[in-house]
Write a protein that binds this ligand. Structure first.
Ligand code: AGP
Length: 609
């Protein structure tokens, strides 16, 4: 939800922290700030709006500091303005703090601290933490002791970074339910919410776990549990180069990430073949250890779950339910030791999904998570992890994470099918071959678009639309939902995805010559039914844009516009069919001049309810 960065070392913390914040701006961008220790003082600079505003403010200041922290915010408590921007300082201005998450007991703490004379300047939940540390200092022998006492009193979610004049060579960090990674350099060290913040300096990282704190100095890092006991942590080498986390010449991260899909799909297959071919169980999750599956996810990941239901039921013969995580967490789900709960989450930090996982675990389910971020909370709370290898997905609108989620889940379904013998070895190998071909099919589609710009030209016919209807059936109905989500979240045009067969039960009333109707009409067992639906739309002067295969003549005759996709096995057709809809949404939003990568009101990782 927010991005935090810290640096301690030989170079100027001001430049390194601001640079890191810019690489984390996708995590939230309504205000930003930085705190530096300069000449035995804590200097704080913070501005509403994008980091650019802060950068302009700092540019004029010839300050050098070896230690500093910074923050880019997505407001949860207190409106986005200069006062509520982080960092926040204590009354004596000897401690500065940045925070990602929500302090759920901040009201009572604020009352307690105000009763003891502390003066608050902001409306944020965060500010209570820095005053709490100041208060605990009065009866602690070291700053670390006060820090630990304060942190232990917090309820809610937090990744904290603190600097102080009491110990001016150290950054103090703590984490619970919000990500925090430590970057290990030579004579310098970094802290951040996510690795792109310091990836140009080091790719060696330590992931803090919940209920851990650390002291970070230029020459060393020490990690402790909440009892103050030292703990050893594994160092992970991040396989991403910085260029993967940069735009690589594309206008937006979203376009880059759409074009990265062939590579991401191929990497996700190769990254998972080891267990696919070699393992009889995934860290305690063996195919015969469960007899039903529940999928929990949000947004685009939920749409991946809807498609995966077909894989698990039709190929592996396992009853499968799919739930919005935000609904599941407040239901009374029937769960037992024979239930496998699969959470699908690109970031691994989505609060609703994590809560659903914890509910399922508390009721005895086995937890598998499909995730794109190494070391994220979901991956450390699940019993087993199937990683997607999409690389960093910076754009708020999820694209390559979606197609790689389907890739990983299709592999998992094949693995189950083979071990449960619902598919022959030969059939499994044939499906695996089909999956391996998807990457090149998407590559072909994207190459054709680069040459002909058919999707772009079609999109630009409709950028003035106020409404859009997306229709699909069976395994491609979730593609209608996902296509609609892409359009609405980046172009702000109202768009609805609907099962094509449901149109006659209401949405058909929406159709007239002003409403584009995007229909997924590729080869499969329901194609004839979809063609009938296209005819129903045409009879009401609807403007049909059809996603279809080159040789489906009937659809091409009926549709006003055709977005051709290479033919694929019906179960795998969603991985190909979604690509023109991603580009359709992208071109409209870009043409409208919107901030495609950071749409209004949205953040990349929704780490609060
Ligand atoms: C997708 O385009 C959206 N940005 C959003 O729906 C996203 O898929 C959802 O918030 C879930 O995120 P996760 O996969 O990181 O859990």
């Amino acid at each position: 939800m927010c991005g935090i960065v810290g640096y301690v070392g030989k170079d100027n913390a001001k430049d390194i922290v601001v640079d890191g914040l810019k690489r984390l701006e996708y995590r939230g961008y309504d205000s930003a700030g930085i705190a530096l220790i300069v000449d035995e003082k804590i200097c704080v600079y913070k501005k509403q709006g994008k980091i650019r505003n802060l950068e302009i403010e700092l540019h004029k200041l010839p300050i050098f500091s070896n230690l500093g922290i910074g923050h880019t915010r997505w407001a949860t408590h207190g409106k986005p303005d200069d006062v509520n921007a982080h960092p926040h300082v204590d009354c004596a201005e000897k401690i500065a703090l940045v925070h990602n998450g929500i302090i759920e007991n901040y009201s009572e703490l604020r009352r307690e601290l105000q009763g003891k004379g502390h003066k608050f300047t902001s409306q944020t939940d965060t500010e209570v933490v820095v005053h709490l540390i100041e208060e605990e200092l009065k009866n602690s022998s070291t700053f670390f002791e006060a820090f630990l006492k304060a942190v232990r009193r917090l309820h809610g979610s937090y990744a904290l970074a603190v600097i102080t004049l009491y110990q001016p060579d150290t950054i103090f960090v703590a984490r619970k339910d919000s990500p925090l990674v430590i970057g290990l350099g030579e004579g310098e060290n970094f802290v951040a919410s996510d690795v792109p913040a310091f990836l140009s300096y080091t790719n060696r990282v330590i992931f803090l776990d919940d209920f851990e704190v650390a002291t970070v100095k230029s020459d060393g890092v020490s990690v402790f549990n909440y009892d103050g006991e030292r703990i050893e942590k594994r160092v992970t080498v991040i396989p991403w180069s910085l260029s993967q986390a940069e735009k690589a010449g594309y206008k937006h991260f979203m376009l880059k990430e759409i074009y990265e899909q062939p590579r991401a799909i191929a990497d996700t297959i190769s990254g998972n073949l080891n267990w696919f071919h070699g393992e009889t169980e995934l860290k305690g999750i063996s195919p015969d250890s469960f007899n039903r599956i529940q999928i929990v996810a949000c947004g685009t990941s939920y749409h991946a779950g809807l498609i995966t239901k077909f894989y698990f039921e039709n190929l592996a013969g396992i009853p499968t339910e799919v739930d919005y995580a935000s609904e599941y967490r407040y239901r009374e789900p029937i769960v037992d030791g024979k239930t496998l709960v699969i959470s699908i989450t690109q970031s691994g930090e989505t609060a609703d999904t994590l809560a659903a996982m914890r509910l399922a675990k508390s009721r005895g389910a086995k937890l598998l998570t499909v995730c794109n971020v190494i070391g994220s909370t979901a991956t450390r709370e699940a019993d087993a992890v199937v990683y997607t290898y999409a690389g960093p997905e910076i754009s708020v609108a999820s694209t390559k994470a979606f197609t790689t989620q389907l890739t990983a889940l299709f592999l998992f379904a094949l693995w189950l099918s083979r071990s449960r013998k619902t598919l022959s070895e030969e059939r499994v190998e044939r499906y695996l071959k089909e999956l391996l071909e998807v990457s090149s099919k998407v590559e072909t589609l994207l190459k054709l678009e680069k040459e002909k710009a058919t999707i772009k030209n079609t999109a630009l016919e409709f950028y003035r639309s106020k409404d859009a209807l997306y229709l699909g059936r069976n395994v491609n109905y979730p593609i209608a939902l996902e296509g609609a989500l892409k359009l609405k979240e980046i172009s702000y045009i109202h768009a609805e995805g609907y099962p094509a067969g449901e149109m006659k039960h209401g949405p058909i009333a929406l159709i007239d010559e002003n409403v584009p109707v995007i229909v997924v009409a590729t080869k499969g067992k329901v194609l004839d039914k979809v063609i009938s639906n296209i005819e129903e739309v045409k009879a009401r002067k609807g403007r049909v844009i059809a996603v279809t295969n080159p040789d489906v003549k009937k659809v091409k005759e009926l549709a006003e516009y055709t977005l051709e996709v290479p033919e694929a096995d019906e179960y795998l057709s969603p991985l190909v069919n979604i690509v023109p809809l991603q580009l359709f949404a992208y071109y409209i939003a870009d043409f409208l001049g919107y901030d495609v990568d950071q749409p209004r009101n949205l953040a990349k990782s929704v780490t609060v309810e």
